[in-house]
Design a protein around this ligand. Structure first.
Ligand code: XUL
Ligand code: CO
Length: 439
């Protein structure tokens, strides 16, 4: 088989003083951090769609990158060439996992039967490669947003026929995820939302989405899927409003419809910031509910109001992300999927590697620094002490739900006017973080 990235060697760890652009400066897979190797802490994944399919096209121009891998676009030969390229790419970077949408793998056929036969063929090929290389599927999903039929979403569509077509696509995507022993199955609500409430029955749509997810869980479990289902929240884009707005909204939905035992969240940095939160906020909300499942590792641009899917370079955010992950006990079935793409002018094959080297080094540094923040202990201690007043008798009663407004009123009268709460010390804490990040 022909080598696709002939001029690229295996990427090795060379340390922070290395000037070799094709080397890791911080990602040292075997280095032990808090009792586990970096590789175990950071289950990196390649997103099929950005890395092997997308060429950098935008609404103002066609793509700049050539992702033909020596085959004609739109053919099964090309689909196989992408598999070859993807496995070589993962091998050269030492990445263990990949993620896909059904139609990232093959050109969609005229009929479901044709598409499904192509999916069978390509997943046979992928399976062989997985056996040969030990690479694994982090999660699969169905693309229920690109085809014009999904203009109003899939579960949220007003069309019964489109709803059923989506069901068929989900069924098949679960089949191939199970066939490839995927650890997760994602629902990103591509167009599950609305453009205007003037034409929308929101209650109807949300209930229909829940029904579709329930059927997906029932089907998945019936064919032996033991992994996690995930919702990947996003507030807008492509729709004006998307129902899985953010982590808190998605958790409320999952609990309302009894889906919370089977689902966790896949938190994407750029989606959290689009929702007006920090990345850390949505990770914390998920972790608080025991629902931090997996991560789409990327970042947005402060000056742009859309999902730019940059490769992560912000060590501050990566450190706070890994702080949340370490505190949550790690990612169990999940991983760090680079749902990220090169900028349009970075169109060469080398750039594909530079993107991943940047992202992997950023998260390696983030992990190193997060472990230092935890080992340093000052932040955690400060937070603990900040709530210390709740340790007295009445505080304990509140926390155990053993009191009432009458008793609290009597307490308030007895103590007189309360003193001001202790200082929040934000600037002090920020300087601790800086001293750890930049020492
Ligand atoms: C889109 C996005 C998707 C999901 C999978 O913003 O993040 O690629 O990750 O459907
Ligand atoms: Co994503």
């Amino acid at each position: 088989m022909k080598e696709m990235f002939r001029h690229i060697p295996k990427i090795k760890y060379e340390g922070s003083s290395s000037k070799n652009p094709l080397a890791f400066k911080y990602y040292d897979p075997d280095r032990i951090i808090m009792g586990k190797t970096m590789k175990e802490h950071l289950p990196f994944a390649m997103a099929w769609w950005h890395n092997l399919s997308a060429t950098g096209s935008d609404m103002f121009g066609v793509g700049t990158a050539d992702k033909s891998f020596g085959a004609g676009i739109g053919t099964m030969e090309h689909a196989k060439a992408k598999v070859d390229a993807g496995f070589e790419f993962m091998d050269k970077l030492g990445i263990e996992y990949f993620c896909f949408h059904d139609v990232d793998l093959i050109p969609e056929g005229e009929t479901l039967a044709e598409t499904n036969a192509r999916l069978d063929e390509i997943t046979d090929y992928i399976k062989e490669k997985m056996v040969d290389t030990g690479k694994k599927l982090l999660w699969g999903t169905a693309n229920l947003f690109s085809n014009p039929r999904y203009m109003n979403g899939a579960g949220s569509s007003n069309s019964l026929d489109v709803y059923c077509h989506a069901a068929a696509q989900i069924k098949k995507a679960i089949d191939i995820t199970v066939k490839l022993k995927g650890k997760g199955y994602v629902f990103w609500g591509g167009r599950e939302g609305y453009e205007t409430l003037l034409n929308t029955d929101m209650k109807f749509e949300i209930e229909n989405i829940a029904r579709l997810m329930k059927m997906a869980v029932e089907y998945g479990r019936s064919i032996g899927f033991k992994g996690d289902f995930y919702i990947e929240p996003k507030p807008k884009e492509p729709m004006k409003h998307q129902y899985d707005f953010d982590a808190a909204t998605a958790i409320g939905f999952l609990k309302e419809y009894g889906l919370d035992k089977d689902f966790k969240l896949n938190i994407e940095a750029n989606h959290a910031t689009l929702a007006g939160h920090t990345f850390q906020h949505d990770l914390r909300i998920s972790a608080m509910h025991g629902m931090l499942g997996s991560i789409d590792a990327n970042q947005g641009d402060d000056l742009l109001g859309w999902d730019t899917d940059h490769f992560p370079s912000n060590v501050y955010d990566a450190a706070l992300c890994m702080y949340e992950v370490l505190k949550a006990g790690g990612l169990k079935n999940g991983g760090l999927n680079f749902d990220a793409k090169n900028r349009r002018p970075s169109y060469t094959m080398e750039d594909m590697f530079y993107g991943f080297i940047l992202g992997m080094d950023t998260f390696a540094l983030g992990l190193i620094k997060a472990a230092k923040i935890i080992e340093d202990g000052r932040m955690d201690q400060f937070v603990q002490e900040r709530y210390a007043s709740f340790h007295n008798e009445i505080g304990v009663k509140i926390r155990n739900n053993q009191t009432n407004l009458q008793e609290l009123s009597e307490y308030a009268e007895k103590i007189g006017t309360p003193e001001l709460p202790g200082s929040g010390r934000q600037e002090y804490l920020e300087s601790i973080i800086n001293s750890i990040l930049f020492d």
